[in-house]
Design a protein around this ligand. Structure first.
Ligand code: PGA
Length: 245
């Protein structure tokens, strides 16, 4: 299984930020893990052009569940693909919170993305209140069951464990907490998907150069979904290096 370093630029990055992509590619022409950047949709086409022929893949941060139609402001999976995306992030906690996305909607979007041929990164994670209440595994298990299409395979779906309280806060779970959730994810996936052993499980939430190596050493952590530290080539590159070791 090739590990995956995925960056989520969220609502950041203007055309000028494409210089970071050039710097990343110059420093990591042949990384030993897969590299993915998910910029705002406005940059997908330009970033795809900049990454053509390189090891860097480009993804969207969301898509609509319908293939086309009267949905002002939305983007279908096929529009993302047409712009050059090969991947899409779905069910990020910011979308679940800001746009009231349910597990059922995430699943419908994932079905649309898979039907279009996009590799789909599905995010799950507990809030701090849920963790404090001892609900972490229940919540994640329920999200996993309801957000994943039955057609998911290791080649087409990646799972990202992102504790909501660790996103953008600088706080991370203990290595033991990450290990517990990732082992649980693997076990749950194994009950449902024959190739679950090969399905990549990313950790996300305040991953940075200084903590990447220890997180990547945790069993069943097959990569990272990185927000803030993916915006600068030097930081993201250091995480790519840590993953390749
Ligand atoms: P962060 O974001 O790395 O800035 O905490 C992670 C994410 O939301 O994917």
């Amino acid at each position: 299984m090739k590990k995956l370093a995925a960056g989520n630029w969220k609502m950041n990055g203007s055309a000028a930020a494409l210089s970071q992509v050039q710097a990343l590619l110059a420093a990591h022409p042949a990384p030993s893990c897969e590299m993915l950047l998910c910029p705002p949709a406005t940059l997908i086409a330009q970033m795809s052009a900049a990454a053509r022929g390189s090891a860097l893949k480009i993804g969207g941060q969301d898509c609509h569940a319908k293939p086309s139609g009267a949905h002002t402001g939305d983007l279908s999976a096929s529009l993302l693909k047409d712009a050059g995306a090969s991947h899409v992030i779905l069910g990020h906690s910011e979308r679940r919170a800001d746009h009231l996305e349910t597990d059922a909607l995430v699943r419908a979007k994932a079905e649309a993305a898979l039907a279009t041929g996009l590799i789909t990164i599905i995010c799950v994670g507990e809030t701090e209140a849920q963790r404090d209440a001892g609900q972490t595994l229940n919540i994640i298990g329920a999200q996993l069951t309801a957000s994943l299409p039955d057609t998911a395979t290791a080649a087409t779906v990646v799972i990202a464990y992102e504790p909501v309280w660790a996103i953008g806060t600088g706080r991370t779970p203990t290595l033991g907490q990450i290990a517990e959730v990732h082992a649980f994810l693997r076990a749950r996936l194994t009950e449902r998907f024959p190739d679950a052993a090969q399905m990549r499980l990313l950790y996300g939430g305040s991953v940075k150069p200084s903590n990447a190596a220890e997180i990547f050493a945790v069993p069943h952590v097959d990569g990272a979904l990185v927000g803030g530290a993916s915006l600068l080539a030097a930081d993201f590159g250091a995480i790519v290096t840590a993953l390749g070791v």
